[in-house]
Design a binder for this molecule. Structure first.
Ligand code: SIN
Length: 282
């Protein structure tokens, strides 16, 4: 099958046309998609009509699926949803959210960077989309690394950073009260992508708390410098959602964030993830 490909920005992202992802794909097509994914980091497929099982079948062709740690009776989605599905939504039924990550802006982050094996990829499927706002922004962390000065590259070489998940969505992580009570992990400040072999900056303003073995004022200053590279608009693609969009991204070499949106508007997306592996600098 002939795939049509349209770049989404100078730095990252392509839209792929000519596919119905709700139907099984042949091995050559899956391989072609995986190649494009590794090359372009973010893939967009418009006008896909898929239920949760079809989304999971598609995702499962790129690796083992991530599963929620909470049992069905403690997940907001309840038993109607597979353990690999998370609803990202501000919709509330009887005042209770039907999903996670509900409201407003989200700062740039890597999914699951606070565990030993961060997820390789995430897929979001658009269902209800606000008339304005709620865009998802992606930055190319290969280019963020490439853009660092030789001196900064030397300064971060061999360094690790502490990532802490404190459940916030739009504010820096605070560890003055300790971080042991939260999920946390030390990751290399720059990683080598296990598949492409390219070096990517691996810190983000939402979850990265400090550089290991560095006085806190120096760590704060270095992280502020690195976050400016992470949030650089020259290496960004901002996705304005439409219902039936399926977006998949490589979570090892990109960061993502969400723009604010009115709380009066419904936003509902269906998310699943692909498991990863430990990340190393070299
Ligand atoms: C996420 O960080 O996985 C959610 C992004 C979004 O809601 O756009």
């Amino acid at each position: 099958m002939e795939l049509s490909i349209r770049p989404l920005s100078r730095s990252l992202g392509v839209e792929i046309g000519g596919l119905d992802l709700s139907k099984p794909l042949d091995a050559d097509t899956v391989e072609a998609i995986a190649r494009l994914w590794h090359e372009h980091i973010v893939l967009l497929f418009r006008d896909q009509d898929m239920d949760q099982d079809e989304q999971l079948r598609f995702a499962g062709q790129f690796g083992k699926l991530g599963e929620r740690s909470r049992p069905a009776d403690r997940r907001p989605e309840g038993a109607d949803y597979n353990a690999s599905i998370m609803l990202v939504s501000n919709v509330r039924e009887n005042g209770v959210p039907i999903g996670s990550l509900p409201d407003g802006e989200m700062w740039f982050h890597h999914d699951m960077c606070y565990v030993e094996s961060p997820h390789k990829g995430t897929m979001l499927y658009g269902i209800d989309i606000p008339a304005q706002g709620g865009d998802t922004m992606f930055t190319n962390m290969y280019e963020a690394y490439d853009n660092l000065s030789a001196e900064t590259k030397r300064l971060i070489a061999g360094r690790k950073a502490l990532h802490v998940y404190d459940f916030g969505t739009a504010g820096p992580v605070g560890i003055d009260g300790g971080y042991q009570q939260f999920k946390h992990y030390f990751q290399p400040v720059a990683i080598t992508h296990p598949v492409t072999g390219r070096k990517a900056l691996y810190v983000n303003p939402l979850i990265t708390a400090r550089i290991e073995d560095m006085p806190s004022d120096e760590s704060d200053a270095l992280l502020a410098e690195l976050f400016a590279f992470t949030e650089n608009s020259d290496i960004l693609y901002q996705h304005a959602w439409r219902p039936n969009d399926l977006v998949m991204w490589d979570n090892w070499c990109s960061c993502h964030a969400r723009t604010d949106f009115p709380e009066t508007e419904r936003r509902l997306l269906r998310r699943c993830t692909i498991l990863g592996q430990p990340l190393h600098e070299n």
